[in-house]
Ligand binder design. Structure first.
Ligand SMILES: [Fe+2]
Length: 395
C-alpha cells in the first residue's frame, strides 16, 4: 500500500535498538517487495522471526486444472460446492474454480477457524460475499464484513476466524502483487481525485496483544513441483508469529468495502475500466455496484455485445439482480466465464428490456485475465453445462 502507517512500539530511528523494559533486544524484520526497491514495513518481534524447529509437507487442496475446451462461455454455480460450512475453513477448505499462470480463483463457505497461513506465491485479495470475520495477521487484526475485499500481501502470516454465521469467501490469489489500479495513483502513490475511492476508504490492521505461544504450525503455500507449479509446507516455529510489538511502513494488509466504491456513470454506457478497483500482473479486478445508469434519451443501459479479444472475463454475482444476465439462470453466488475468442453480451430480451431503466440494483466482482483461464476441480463440479446455449433461447 502506498501510505505510511504505524502501530505499537517502534524505535525513534530505523535499524536501531528496541528493548523490553528488562533490557532484552527485539528483532527487527523488514518485509519488503521487489528486492528492497518497493513498498516495505519494519516489524519488531519478541522472538527470532527466522527460527524454525520442524517442517513437513502440506498437501494443498486440489490445484489441478483442465483447459476450457471446446471453448465455451460457462455458468459455474459456486453455492453448489458447499453445505453450510461446518468443518470447513477459508484456507484449507477453499476449492479451486479457475486459474492460469497469473491468478487462481477459489471459493469457500466456511465456519471454522483456519490454521496460521502464509501465501508465499503472491498477494491474496479475498472478497467476502457474506458473513463477518476477524483476520488476524502479523501486523494486527483486520475486521472484515460482507462486501469487504481483504488484501493480504504476499507472505503475510494470517488466519481467518469467521463470525458465528460463517463466511462465503471468494479468494483471488495472484502470482504477483495486487494494488489499486495504477492509473488512479499519483506519481508518489496517492489515490487521485478521479479514482472511485480514496485512502480514507482503506482500513488497515488494529492493535492486538502480543501472543507468546511456542511451537506453532504455519501453513505455507509456495512455488513447487505440484499441479499449477505449487506446493505446500507446514513450518513449526518456536515463537508465535504474532509476537510483534510494533511496526511501521507502507506495506500491510487492509480492507476496502465495495459499498465505498463511488461508481462513475455517464450519458451512455460506460466501459468496464470505470469499474476497476485493483490490478495484478496480467489481470484486473472490477466491481459493478448499484448505480444510476445512462441518461441519454436513446441510450441502451445494458452492455453492448463485446469481444474482449485479449482477455477472459469472470463475473461473480454477489448481490442484487444483474440486469444483463436475466433469463440465464444466473443468481447469487454464480460465476459467468466469458472467454476471449467468443463474443458475449446480454441474454435474449435483456437488451430491449433495459431501455428506459434508470437504476441497476446489481453487485458483481469481475476478474479479467489477459491469459486464458483453465477450470479447477471446483469449476468443473459447479458447471451448469447449459449456459453456452442460453443466447439461443428467448427469455
Ligand atoms: Fe463482458
Amino acid at each position: 500500500m502506498a501510505y505510511y502507517q504505524r502501530r505499537g512500539e517502534v524505535p525513534r530511528q530505523r535499524h536501531t535498538q528496541l528493548r523490553t523494559p528488562d533490557g532484552r533486544l527485539h528483532y527487527e524484520e523488514l518485509m519488503g517487495e521487489e528486492g528492497f526497491t518497493s513498498d516495505s514495513s519494519l516489524l519488531y518481534h519478541r522472538g527470532l522471526p527466522s527460527a524454525l524447529v520442524d517442517a513437513r509437507p502440506w498437501e494443498l487442496p486440489d490445484q489441478s486444472t483442465t483447459p476450457n475446451e471446446p471453448l465455451l462461455p460457462r455458468h459455474l454455480r459456486l453455492p453448489t460446492l458447499f453445505g453450510d460450512g461446518a468443518g470447513v475453513d477459508v484456507v484449507t477448505g477453499r476449492r479451486l474454480v479457475l486459474g492460469n499462470d497469473d491468478v487462481r480463483i477459489s471459493y469457500a463457505v466456511a465456519r471454522e477457524p483456519s490454521p496460521l497461513y502464509r501465501n508465499a506465491v503472491g498477494d491474496e485479495c479475498v472478497y467476502l460475499e457474506s458473513g463477518t470475520a476477524t483476520v488476524e495477521t502479523v501486523f494486527g487484526p483486520l475486521t472484515a464484513r460482507a462486501g469487504d475485499y481483504v488484501l493480504l500481501p504476499r507472505a503475510t502470516t494470517h488466519r481467518w476466524l469467521p463470525g458465528p454465521e460463517g463466511v462465503r469467501a471468494y479468494c483471488i490469489e495472484a502470482n504477483s502483487h495486487v494494488t489499486p489500479a495504477r492509473r488512479y495513483l499519483s506519481k508518489f502513490g496517492q489515490l487521485l481525485e478521479h479514482a472511485p475511492f480514496c485512502e480514507r476508504d482503506l482500513h488497515g490492521p488494529g492493535e492486538a496483544p502480543v501472543v507468546e505461544e511456542s511451537d506453532v504450525e504455519v501453513y505455507v503455500k509456495h512455488r513447487g513441483s505440484g499441479p499449477s507449479g505449487l506446493a505446500g509446507s507446514i513450518h513449526v516455529v518456536p515463537h508465535h508469529p504474532f509476537d510483534v510489538v510494533g511496526w511501521d511502513g507502507c506495506l500491510y494488509p487492509y480492507t476496502f468495502n465495495v459499498e465505498d466504491f463511488m461508481p462513475i456513470t455517464g450519458k451512455v454506457h460506460q466501459p468496464p475500466p470505470v469499474h476497476q478497483v485493483f490490478e495484478g500482473h496480467n489481470f484486473v479486478i472490477c466491481n459493478f455496484v448499484p448505480r444510476k445508469v445512462d441518461y441519454h434519451p436513446q441510450s441502451i443501459p445494458v452492455p453492448y455485445y463485446h469481444s474482449n479479444v485479449d482477455s477472459d472475463e469472470v463475473m461473480f454475482y454477489c448481490g442484487g439482480d444483474y440486469e444483463a444476465r436475466k433469463g440465464s439462470g444466473i443468481g447469487q453466488g454464480s460465476i459467468s466465464l466469458h472467454p476471449g475468442g467468443h463474443s458475449h453480451g446480454p441474454q435474449p430480451g435483456a437488451y430491449e428490456r433495459s431501455i428506459g431503466v434508470e437504476f441497476f440494483d446489481e453487485l458483481a466482482v469481475m476478474v479479467d485475465t489477459f491469459r486464458p483461464l483453465r477450470l479447477g476441480e471446483g469449476g468443473q463440479a459447479a458447471d451448469d453445462g447449459r449456459y453456452a446455449w442460453s443466447w439461443n433461447r428467448e427469455a
